[in-house]
Design a protein around this ligand. Structure first.
Ligand SMILES: [Zn+2]
Ligand SMILES: [Zn+2]
Length: 80
């Protein structure tokens, strides 16, 4: 039996691009740096969160991680 792979929300701390993948996305193609610098914000899920600082919106299971905000010291998530 194959266990379904969990989709995770990846975020590049250099260019703020978002990718939803089961594994780390390609590091090439970053607009702000030589390579994307991906961090995992959380597991893909039904809840929608908005960062009050940088304005990105993500769909996750739980409150996304706070690190990597480009407009402040940390993301400030509000459930929407
Ligand atoms: Zn990038
Ligand atoms: Zn933010």
């Amino acid at each position: 039996m194959n266990k379904p792979k969990l989709l995770k929300v990846y975020y590049c701390t250099e260019c703020a691009e978002l990718e939803v993948k089961t594994a780390t996305p390609k590091i090439r193609g970053c607009k702000m740096s030589s390579f994307h610098k991906w961090i995992i914000l959380g597991e893909r899920g039904p809840d929608k969160y908005l960062c009050d600082n940088c304005g990105i919106k993500v769909n996750t299971n739980d409150i996304p991680t706070e690190i990597g905000c480009r407009k402040g010291t940390s993301h400030k998530w509000t459930k929407i």
